[in-house]
Design a protein around this ligand. Sequence first.
Ligand code: SF4
Ligand code: SF4
Length: 237
Amino acid sequence: MKLIINDNSYDIDEKITNLLDAFIFIKENLNNSLAFDYGCKSGVCGSCAIRVNGVEKLACTSNFACDDKVLPLNNLPVVKDLIFDNSAVIETLKKSNGFLENCTNGKIFPNDVDKIEIESSCILCSSCYSSCPVYSVNGDFLGPFALTRVYRYLSDSKELVSKNKLDAIQLNGIWDCTLCGACNLVCPQSIDIKGDILKLQNLSVQNGYENPLFSSFNNSFGNFDSDFGGGFNPNGF
Ligand code: SF4
Ligand code: SF4
């Protein structure tokens, strides 16, 4: 069966169906310079994320078909072949305060854990950054993983600090997301990243923050009174 990696075509032993096994077969039999990453071989460590026919997948949990085309993740610097550098993604965590800042000594109950269980299952694979159309044009965008992480810690009953986190996600954060859902489609942990960003937008409004796009829209009516000789009446009378 033929597999194409970065424009190089490889004939893989017919008995091999798993993508990571195919990479290992190539390395051992066809091209020992092929560079790829992997760790746990069971979908837990997130190291082996790649794109197959343009869609982000974990190599260790994916099978392949003849003539499938494999490329490294998008939007991240490629170190060699299928290995990418995700240090910029890790940096977004620091910028967004997506971590435990000030921990309570109080008791934690099972339903506290349930509330953050799905978001806590993120395996740092970076697939969501590869699929995100906003991150592809704005490298300063905090991005899907950092934002879902902020939601996780804002929902964590151990965390005593919330203002820092909400402050940190206003610029190049929640309001820049187009809510396209591309990140949801590729997340191997089925985290509802788009839903979390929407909840962060609601939480921000409830806490007095404003979508900067709406502020600039309102500002465009700045001379309304003087131009039209009267106050703007939202009720139309
Ligand atoms: S929903 Fe938002 S964060 Fe997710 S891919 Fe789309 S723009 Fe990016
Ligand atoms: S949120 Fe999902 S896609 Fe993004 S890094 Fe975590 S596990 Fe990977």
